[in-house]
Write a protein that binds this ligand. Structure first.
Ligand SMILES: Nc1ncnc2c1ncn2[C@@H]1O[C@H](COP(=O)(O)OP(=O)(O)O)[C@@H](O)[C@H]1O
Ligand SMILES: CC(=O)N[C@@H](CCC(=O)OP(=O)(O)O)C(=O)O
Length: 298
């Protein structure tokens, strides 16, 4: 007979092991970045919301930062606007930034707030523009022309890089025992809206909040080697070698750059893990074996 409630069993088993781990995290901030790919699975999304509520009830201070790349892509497609990426970032013109804000700070943000509410938690959905929480400068990138090998600057439009995080709003929200859910949209010194990569945004939040852990939930088990086997633990130096030899590519590059930045800012450890695994967050924080790839300084 099939188990009618397999995830409830997973959760119960995890909770038996959880107590000593909970003490380790007491009152500590944990930033959880929930990627757009991980969000696609409704059952896993509900488990995710349940985990976030349980963390808050256990005395931790979870902060959720969400992405929504695939969902933005779908909406742009419906509106007949072409998606273009350069160096892993969405080239964001006036029309695109409007859609990005609508999808991220509008529908996805409120959907996650709703999931957490349905699990008995109280979440507050914000973006970086609220109270000038996250200010951004225009992102600059260069690409090397494959034929001439000449480096060229590329204009990404309204793509931002976090410049300053004002933690006072987040402190107030956490003090009120509410769960912040943040969309990676920021404001520039020119008052314009900037689209920030969600991993980068999560790293800036984790750094500013002196988070104990930054968890990056994606759609792969963690960092994989050339044979597609999970690497359970990596140092910063090892990550740099894997980027240089082409093992780490595409969307995993901004994730690793975020990990390195967060560790430099004092975050104790960063974990990249599969958000589609039932109760991935609880497994990582509250069991001995953890999940995904743990990245430490060194
Ligand atoms: N070495 C690697 N290990 C795991 N994933 C990798 C690696 N190199 C590149 N990737 C790619 O990075 C993707 C995760 O980044 P991304 O698609 O941006 O996720 P998200 O939407 O969760 O932010 C994986 O689905 C995979 O295709
Ligand atoms: C500048 C830039 O690329 N911004 C991203 C923001 C969303 C994001 O990062 O979502 P995921 O985490 O699901 O990939 C974008 O427009 O797709």
């Amino acid at each position: 007979m099939t188990d009618p409630l397999p995830n409830a069993h997973v959760r119960a088993e995890i909770l038996v092991q959880a107590l000593p781990h909970m003490q380790r995290y007491d009152e500590q901030v944990v930033v959880i970045k929930y990627g757009g790919h991980a969000m696609g699975d409704q059952a896993a999304a509900e488990d995710f919301a349940e985990d976030v509520v349980l963390l808050e009830q256990s005395g931790l201070k979870p902060i959720v930062v969400h992405g929504g790349g695939p969902q933005i892509g779908k909406m742009l497609n419906r509106l007949g606007i072409k998606s273009e990426f350069q160096a892993g970032l969405r080239v964001t013109d006036e029309a695109t930034v409007e859609v990005v804000e609508m999808v991220l700070a509008g529908s996805i943000n409120k959907q996650i707030v709703g999931w957490i509410g349905a699990e008995g938690g109280k979440a507050v959905g914000l973006c970086g523009k609220d109270g000038n929480m996250v200010t951004a400068r225009k992102a600059t990138r260069t690409v090397v022309d494959p034929d001439s090998r000449i480096e060229q600057a590329i204009d990404l439009g309204f793509v931002g890089e976090p410049e300053h995080v004002d933690r006072s709003i987040l402190d107030a929200v956490l003090k009120a025992e509410l769960i912040p859910v943040l969309a990676p949209v920021a404001v520039g010194s020119d008052g314009r809206t900037y689209n920030v990569n969600a991993d980068t945004f999560a790293g800036a939040i984790a750094g500013a909040m002196n988070a104990k852990r930054l968890l990056l939930l994606t759609d792969v088990p963690g960092v994989l080697d050339k044979t597609k086997t999970l690497i359970p633990e990596l140092t910063v130096d090892a990550c740099r070698r894997l980027i240089a030899d082409g093992t780490i590519t595409d969307g995993m590059i901004p994730k690793i750059e975020t990990c390195i930045y967060a560790l430099e800012q004092g975050v104790e450890a960063v974990v990249i893990l599969d958000g589609k695994v039932p109760h991935a967050v609880l497994l990582e924080l509250f069991t001995d074996h953890g999940a995904g790839t743990l990245i430490r300084r060194g």
